[in-house]
Design a protein around this ligand. Structure first.
Ligand SMILES: [Zn+2]
Ligand SMILES: [Zn+2]
Length: 243
């Protein structure tokens, strides 16, 4: 680059910084101007830079763009750009480009959440006792069979209601369960095995006890907890007193 241009360039900029330039820069810095310009304006101006070519006020981070947009072919521009790019704060900071910093406390928070979640999954079954049978993963998925048996229970002359949600908890769906309070036992197994009426009582948490009568599909049988549950059957149990 020619030294003449460099010299001219530095002279004109020195003049600006000294305030000896008769132009508007010096004018704005006089105390008299505070009488005419609101304080906020002065504060704003203090953060402003001036274009070395046209002397217009420009934000420091916008000066490079100003040179490119307004003085694309000015002979001083390439040299000025070189210098400005070295100075801090000339290029607007990109927020998106910041590297993601993971701090120690953030790791701790994640660890607490994960461990808390694991605790929520594994603790309640331990606290509430192990399920009678291994939980099936998901309703209707990977089942060997899905059968239904309708159960009715009488206690003396009264009928006993069999609640909904037997064998269903937040943490476990057991292969024997009820969805509604209508006595329908759902038998949904991922294992190729059969279950008995006694198994259902285990899931329910009730004792099979000593029924005085037992009917399967309307036929009287000897009361027996090991009676196998098949599909589309009805079982009736009669107790003197069921609890
Ligand atoms: Zn079912
Ligand atoms: Zn079900």
């Amino acid at each position: 680059m020619s030294t003449a241009l460099d010299k001219l360039d530095s002279q004109s900029r020195d003049a600006l910084h000294d305030g000896t330039d008769p132009g508007s820069a010096a004018f704005l810095n006089t105390s008299a101007s505070s009488l005419y310009y609101p304080v906020a304006y002065e504060v704003a101006m203090a953060k402003m830079d001036r274009c070395p070519i046209c002397n217009v006020a420009v934000k420091p981070e916008n000066l490079i763009r100003h040179l490119n947009d307004i003085h694309p072919r000015h002979p001083d521009k390439p040299g000025l750009l070189e210098e400005l790019k070295e100075e801090p704060g000339r290029i607007p900071q990109k927020r998106a480009g910041r590297p993601i910093r993971i701090r120690r406390w953030q790791i701790a928070v994640v660890a607490v959440i994960v461990l808390g979640g694991l605790g929520a999954v594994y603790l309640p079954p331990l606290l509430s006792g192990t399920p009678a049978f291994p939980c099936i993963g998901q309703e209707g998925v990977g089942l060997v069979y899905h059968w239904h048996t309708d159960l009715t229970i009488s206690s003396g002359a009264a009928s006993v209601s069999i609640p909904a949600g037997i064998g269903i908890s937040t943490f476990c769906l057991e292969p024997l369960h009820t969805h509604e309070a209508n006595g329908r036992i759902h038998i949904e197994t991922q294992t190729a095995r059969l279950y008995s009426i006694g198994d259902f009582f285990r899931v329910w948490g009730k004792s099979f006890g000593n029924p005085t009568a037992m009917h399967v599909n309307g036929t009287a049988v000897t009361p027996n907890p090991s009676l196998t549950l098949y599909d589309l059957e009805t079982i009736h149990l009669q107790y003197d007193s069921f609890s």
